[in-house]
Design a protein around this ligand. Structure first.
Ligand code: B12
Ligand code: SF4
Length: 546
């Protein structure tokens, strides 16, 4: 069987080392064909060589990089999407390259620093086809720096025209640099075209680190302006943040995360341990100067230390990394993020927080590598690793899954609390709550029917009859005036204590039934709201859980 390997690792490595490195030589010696660079202009020739049995060991297509204006945009097939949790999601690379020269980055050494772009009309056409054939309405534009795509305006305009003339509205995420907010009209048009989130290469808030990494375009003093500018357009901000630059220490990392949360106020952060990715200048310099770096390339995933750090042991560095996730995705920060979010941003941000926290804290993996539940099949092991017997597999896997499910139950309760404390209430609901709070000195629960009627009157809303208000207590779609789970938490804690101490007579059965009913309504309301808002283009306003 012919085996061909292409893509970023082999391309980046050969772009900088020019001759095969030991890992590439190893696969060449196994008879594998290695293809470096982009293959848009060469794919046909490559396939012809396969068919004729004339495959060469090594193809170098790094130079010249292909023109992107004519090759067709890859189409996404519905069949392929069936195995994904979110099947409306697609990717398109609208352009390639980046003019900057960050030392940890391999993009520039594979795709080059000169920007190349696809034809905006071809992109719009692909979006149209994907919509018709595969119902795709959400995109990740994979350009590493969309802000430097010279055709960004034409691309946004073509997408806006699709909405206006064909009724095809999409939402998308794109990657941009920190200077993007200074480009005239960029943010406004991005918003109109459907951008819901930007991924920003922030990397560090320590200027010494930024200088050391040749990331001179970043100025930490400007970050807050950047974030404010995107927020003003209702677009949420997600930053890439690297830990382990030369001027980082265990303590400075913790301080920087606090600033990221409280001063710069980003909505989401992806943390990475600095990794000398083959194809980056950092990797080349490490190899050339004999700096010890890990040989096992499986560890080059940004969540394993692969080299020593000047101020931290590998364990400390890894711990600082883990603490960064914990600190950023703690309850208080997630609450602040959601309180700041506008109604348009709210559910997008909420969903991302669920994904990120469950992956980073519950699964202890990088969110970009992890979905919601890792299958970990018994026989699905990397070559060289032993396959467990069925019994041995069940012995560790069953407790692991049970522990994971237990962690999820806690997490779901945390999410419910987050939702109750931050959800975007309709104006009507807000008025009613304020009126009731003013009548009852801030206490919202256990209101009598007369108090409720008075609150409706004060809020200048039509006053419901006594019967309707009584019936609404039985309505499963109504979460009433709950703004926190705290009262329920205290009740269940108290009941548990009474059960433990055998004080059964003191258990208030009618309160227990009442609270079970409230739990059921709350779980239903939250589940329905969450599921409903998974659909793109929805906002909480459309589902009334008054
Ligand atoms: C989008 C993206 C993601 C998305 C993927 C979403 C999705 N559903 O597709 C997400 C966010 C999930 C992701 C995750 C990760 N990513 Co990523 N990701 C990218 C990104 C930005 C675009 C990929 C893409 O679609 N490119 C467009 C296609 C057309 O380009 P291409 O893959 O390079 O393919 C061309 C050529 O390389 C060649 N080619 C490619 N494969 C082959 C195979 C053969 C046989 C041949 C002949 C040719 C060939 O032909 C293609 C056409 O020219 C790239 C950077 C980049 N600009 O490419 C990083 C990148 C691929 N990711 C990277 C990394 C490190 C990761 C993570 C490890 C991050 C993390 N810590 O979790 C994870 C790994 C996930 C995993 N399970 O493997 C690195 C890989 C570094 C390396 N190996 O050298 C890259 C290069 C970014 C970087 N420099 O840091 N990623
Ligand atoms: S700005 Fe981003 S894509 Fe460009 S060189 Fe730096 S890290 Fe790479």
């Amino acid at each position: 069987m012919d085996v061909i390997i292409g893509g970023f690792h082999v391309s980046g490595t050969l772009a900088l080392f020019h001759t095969p490195t030991p890992d590439i030589q190893e696969i060449l010696d196994l008879g594998v064909t290695v293809v470096t660079g982009e293959v848009e202009a060469e794919w046909e020739n490559l396939l012809r060589d396969v068919l004729l049995g004339e495959l060469q060991p090594l193809y170098n297509f790094l130079e010249p990089t292909p023109d992107l204006s004519t090759p067709p945009v890859p189409m996404i097939h519905k069949k392929y999407l069936r195995r994904f949790a979110y099947q409306q999601f697609g990717t398109i690379d609208c352009g390639r390259g980046c003019p900057f020269s960050c030392s940890f980055c391999s993009i520039i050494n594979v795709q080059g620093r000169k920007m190349r772009m696809r034809d905006p009309e071809a992109i719009a056409q692909a979006i149209k086809e994907n919509y018709r054939q595969a119902d795709i309405t959400f995109y990740f534009f994979t350009d590493d720096n969309f802000a430097r795509n010279k055709k960004w305006r034409e691309i946004f305009e073509a997408i806006i025209r699709l909405q206006e003339t064909n009724g095809i509205a999409i939402e998308f995420i794109m990657q941009v640099d920190v200077l993007s907010y200074k480009i005239k009209d960029f943010i406004t048009l991005a918003r109109q075209a459907g951008c819901t989130q930007v991924f920003i290469g922030m990397e560090s808030i320590n200027d010494d680190n930024l200088q050391a990494a040749d990331k001179k375009q970043n100025d930490a003093a400007d970050y807050r302006n950047l974030i404010d500018a995107w927020h003003a357009a209702d677009i949420s901000t997600h930053v890439g943040f690297i830990l382990g630059f030369p001027f980082d220490t265990y303590e400075s990392i913790a301080r920087d995360i606090e600033r990221l949360k409280n001063e710069i106020q980003v909505d989401q952060a992806s943390f990475f341990m600095l990794t000398p990715i083959p194809g980056s200048m950092d990797h080349l310099h490490a190899v050339q100067s004999g700096v010890p770096i890990d040989r096992d390339l499986n560890r080059y995933d940004s969540f394993h230390p692969t080299m020593d750090h000047p101020h931290m042991s590998r364990e400390q560095w890894f711990d600082a990394y883990k603490q960064a996730w914990k600190s950023f995705y703690n309850f208080e920060n997630m609450r602040s993020i959601l309180q700041r979010a506008t109604p348009r941003m709210y559910w997008n941000v909420f969903k991302n927080l669920v994904w990120y926290k469950s992956a980073a804290i519950l699964e202890e993996n990088h969110p970009m590598m992890t979905g919601f539940f890792r299958l970990k099949g018994r026989t699905a092991r990397r070559p060289g690793y032993p396959i467990d017997s069925r019994l041995h597999y069940l012995r560790w896997r069953v407790p692991e899954v049970l522990g994971y499910l237990k962690a999820w139950v806690h997490f779901l309760l945390e999410l419910e609390e987050l939702w109750l404390q931050t959800r975007k209430r309709s104006e009507r609901e807000q008025r009613l709550l304020e009126a009731l709070a003013s009548i009852r000195g801030g206490v919202l629960h256990n209101a009598r029917i007369e108090e409720l009627q008075l609150a409706y009157a004060r809020a200048k809303l039509e006053v419901p009859s006594r019967l309707r208000l009584l019936l609404s207590k039985c309505n499963i779609w109504s979460i009433g005036r709950m703004t926190s789970r705290e009262e329920l938490r205290q009740f269940w804690g108290h009941t548990k204590d009474q059960l433990r101490t055998g004080n059964l007579l003191k258990i208030q059965v009618h309160k227990m039934v009442q609270n079970l009913w409230r739990e059921l309504k709350l779980h239903t309301g939250f589940a329905v709201s969450f599921a409903f808002n998974l659909l793109p283009g929805r906002s909480d306003e459309q589902i009334m859980v008054e």
